[in-house]
Design a protein around this ligand. Structure first.
Ligand SMILES: *Cc1c(COP(=O)(O)O)cnc(C)c1O
Length: 412
C-alpha cells in the first residue's frame, strides 16, 4: 500500500545541543559551520578553482607532504578509503592488511571487493601489530599494496607506522594509511614515514562535519593509478602507456578525480562546494594553532580524561603504550548496563559517549576528546556527569574524584 501524501512539515529542523564526546562525529568548530553558510559559486568559476588550489595547499601542510596529488574526496572518510583501494588495487593483486580492530576488517573487505588476494597480520584487540611482523609479512607475501589503519577508534590503538614505509618501498609495495581518526590529534608524517597514500575525514580531530575526505598520493602512487586503463568514452585518454584494468568505480576513480583537481580541470563530479568551505576552514583552524600544538592539546585532554576515569575507579582497555591521544575505552563495571549509562548521559546531561563494536560490545564505552572538544571544560564536564550517572546506577564512585584527577593532570 502506498503511504498517504503528507504536507511538508512547516518546522525547520531544530537539533538539540549536544556535547559530542564519542569517537566521532564530534561538535564542529563554529568557525567551520559559519564557513559552510557562505554563498555558492560555480564549479569552474575562477574563485572556486582558486579555493580548490588553496585547499590542496592547506592539506599538504596538514598531512606534512609535498605531494602534488593532494585533494578532497567528496564523501565521508570511507569514500576516500574506497577510492584509494579501488584505484590502487587491480584484480589478482596481493594486498597485505595488518588488522588490529574493526577498521582493519573494513580494509580487508574493500580490498577483496576490488578483487585482491588479501593476506593479514593480526593482533588481538587492544594491541597493535609488531612492525617487525609487518616487515616479515611484506617479505613473505610480496604485496602490491599494504593497507593499514593508523588510529583505530574501535580499540583506541595507534599503530606505529614510522618503520613500515621503508620496508614497503624496498619491496615495491605501495603503502596506504587510513589516518581518519588520528590526523590533527596525533603525529601523522606522510613524507617522513614514506606513506604513499593517506586519507582522512573531517569529523574527528579536524573538527568538522562528516562529508569530505582529504587524501594525498605520492608520485609513485599517482603514477600507478594514472597508468590504469581508462574507460573509452573520450573522458581520459592521457595515460602514456595505459596498463592493467579499468578502475571499477567511476565516482571513486582517483585517476579521473585527480584530473579534475589538476591543472586540466577535466569535469568529473561537481566538487561539494559547502563541504570544501568546511574542509578549508578545518585546515585553517588547525594550522593557525600549529600541528604540534594541536597534537599536544589532544594529548593533554586525553591524558586528563584517562586520569579522571581511573580516579573514578574505572579500568581502561588496551595497551597503554599504544593508545591514541583522542579516545579512551573505559571498561563497564560489573553489574552496570552500558547502554543505560549512555542513555542517562544523553538524557540528563546532553553528553554523548560512544558504544563499541564486535568483541568489545557492551564491555567498554569510548569517550573521545577530539577537535574543538579536546578542551579542559569538555573533559571536566564529562567526568562530572559520568560520576553522577554511575552513582545513580549504584556504582561507588569517589565524590569529585574524576574532576580533581583531571584538574591535576592538566596542572602537571
Ligand atoms: C571514524 C573512522 C572512520 C570513519 O569513516 P566514515 O566514513 O567517515 O564514517 C574511518 N576510519 C577510521 C579509522 C575511523 O576511526
Amino acid at each position: 500500500m502506498k503511504r498517504p501524501f503528507r504536507n511538508v512539515p512547516r518546522m525547520t529542523l531544530h537539533p538539540p545541543y549536544r556535547l559530542l564526546m564519542g569517537p566521532g562525529p564530534v561538535n564542529a568548530d563554529p568557525r567551520v559551520l559559519r564557513a559552510m553558510s557562505a554563498p555558492l559559486v560555480g564549479q569552474f568559476d575562477p574563485v572556486m578553482t582558486g579555493y580548490m588550489n588553496a585547499t590542496q595547499d592547506l592539506y599538504r601542510q596538514v598531512l606534512r607532504t609535498t605531494n602534488d596529488a593532494t585533494l578532497l574526496v567528496d564523501g565521508t572518510a570511507r569514500a576516500a578509503i574506497e577510492a584509494a583501494l579501488v584505484s590502487l588495487v587491480e584484480p589478482g593483486d596481493t594486498v597485505l592488511v595488518p588488522v588490529f580492530g574493526r577498521f582493519g576488517h573494513l580494509l580487508v573487505e574493500i580490498a577483496r571487493r576490488a578483487g585482491a588476494k588479501v593476506a593479514t597480520v593480526d593482533a588481538p584487540w587492544g594491541q597493535v601489530v609488531d612492525p617487525q611482523a609487518v616487515a616479515d609479512a611484506v617479505r613473505a607475501h610480496r604485496p602490491r599494496v599494504v593497507a593499514v589503519v593508523h588510529g583505530d577508534t574501535s580499540t583506541t590503538m595507534r599503530q606505529p607506522l614510522a618503520d613500515i614505509g621503508a620496508v614497503c618501498a624496498e619491496h615495491d609495495a605501495l603503502l596506504y594509511v587510513d589516518a581518519t581518526a588520528s590526523l590533527g590529534g596525533n603525529d601523522v608524517r606522510t613524507d617522513d614515514w614514506g606513506l604513499d597514500v593517506v586519507t582522512a575525514g573531517l569529523q574527528k580531530c579536524l573538527g568538522g562535519p562528516p562529508g569530505s575526505a582529504p587524501a594525498t598520493l605520492s608520485d609513485r602512487a599517482r603514477d600507478a593509478v594514472r597508468a590504469r586503463t581508462h574507460v573509452e568514452e573520450g573522458l581520459r585518454t592521457d595515460a602514456d602507456e595505459p596498463r592493467g584494468t579499468v578502475i571499477g568505480s567511476n565516482y571513486l576513480d582517483l585517476a579521473q578525480v585527480l584530473d579534475y583537481w589538476g591543472p586540466r580541470r577535466l569535469n568529473h563530479h561537481t566538487e561539494a562546494t559547502s563541504m570544501l568551505y568546511a574542509a578549508h576552514e578545518c585546515a585553517r583552524v588547525l594550522l593557525e594553532e600549529g600541528l604540534d600544538a594541536a597534537v599536544e592539546r589532544h594529548r593533554r585532554a586525553g591524558a586528563a580524561l584517562l586520569a579522571g576515569v581511573q580516579a573514578l575507579g574505572l579500568a581502561v582497555f588496551g595497551d597503554p603504550a599504544h593508545r591514541m591521544h583522542n579516545v579512551v575505552a573505559v571498561e563497564v563495571p560489573d553489574g552496570v548496563v552500558a547502554d543505560a549509562v549512555r542513555a542517562a548521559m544523553l538524557d540528563d546531561f546532553a553528553i554523548e559517549i560512544g558504544t563499541s563494536f564486535g568483541p568489545l560490545h557492551g564491555r567498554v564505552w569510548r569517550i573521545g576528546t577530539m577537535g574543538v572538544n579536546a578542551r579542559k571544560d569538555a573533559v571536566l564536564t564529562t567526568l562530572a556527569a559520568l560520576e553522577h550517572v554511575l552513582r545513580a546506577q549504584g556504582v561507588a564512585v569517589p565524590p569529585g574524584g574524576g574532576v580533581s584527577a583531571a584538574q591535576e593532570a592538566y596542572a602537571a
